[in-house]
Design a protein. Sequence first.
Length: 341
Amino acid sequence: MSKRPVALVTGANGEIGRSLIERLHQDGRYRIVTLDLSPLPERWRPLCDETYAGNILDRYLLDQLAAHHEIEAVFHLAALLSTRGERDPELAHQINVEGTLHLLRMAQTLSARLDKPVKFVFPSSIAVYGIGSLAEKARLGRVREDQALEPITMYGVNKLYAEHLGRYFMRHYKALAANSERTVHLDFRGVRFPGLISAETVPSGGTSDYGPEMLHAAAQGKPYACFVAPEARIPFMAMPDAVRALMGLLDAKREQLTLPCYNVGAFSLSAQEFVERVQRAFPGADITFRPDPARARIVDSWPADVDHGRARADWNWTAHYGIDRAFDEYLVPSIRARYRS
C-alpha cells in the first residue's frame, strides 16, 4: 500500500494553522508536514508526520522539503498581518510576496515532477479591498470579488498581488517557454477571509481583532477601549468555518471553479453590536470607544460585508456559524471556560 500524500502547512503556529492541523488529522487523507518560524508546540506534534522550524524565505529549506516529501497540497498560511505590516512594510513585502513566490515555485516544480497539479490553497483577506469613504462603503454594501480592489495597507497590496501570482502560475506560467503547452501547472485556490474569531487562541493585535479582544477582556473582568468607532462595520467568521472553507475549497472539483480567489462570508457586525453581544454574555463588561485614527481608517476601508454568491454556486459554500451560534455555542462558552478560576 502506497503512502498517503503529504499536505504542507506553512504558518502552522498561527490561529488558522493549529485548527487546520487538527482537521487534516481527523480527515486522515494526508500526512501533515508543517513549517513555521517557531517550533510547533508539543500538543500538535503527534498529529504531524514532520515539523520544521524555518523561514519561507529560505529557498534551500523549501527545496529540501520538496525533495523529501511527496507534497500534493500546500496550505500557505504564513504571512505578516496588516497592523505589523504597516510598521514594517518592506518586511511585509518580503514575507507576503517573496515568501509566497518561493512556495509557488516549489509547488510548480513538484507539479512537473509528479506530473499532476499540486493544489495550492491560499488564504487571502478582505484587506485586498479599499473603499475611499464611508458613503461609498454604505453604497457598495456586499462587495463582489471584482469591486473596490484598491487596498490601502501593504498587507492588502501583498495579498492582492499574491492572488495574481497564483493565477499566473496556474494559467500562464512560462507561456513562451519551449513545450509550454505540455507544462503541468499547479492548481491555485484562494479564499478571501473576513475578520476571523477564534475561541482557542488569544488575539494578537490584528486590525480586525477589536471584536475578540473585547470578549477576552470581558471574560477576565478587564476594561477594554475599542480602537474603532461604534459604527465601524466589517464581516466576521468563526474559526471552525474558516477551516471548513479551506477544506471545502481543497475538495472542490477543478472544473467547477470559475475564480482563482473567492469571497467567503458568515455575518456582519458593527463594533457597537459586538459590544452588545459581549455585554449580553458578560453583564457589566467595561467597554469604551477610543478610536485610533490610523487603525480605524483601515477598518473603514474594508467592506461592511462581502458577496459570497460565487463560492456558494461553485463549491457549495455556506457558513455553519451565524451570529447567534458563533457567540452562544462557540465563542462565549470556550472563552469563559478559558479564564474560569
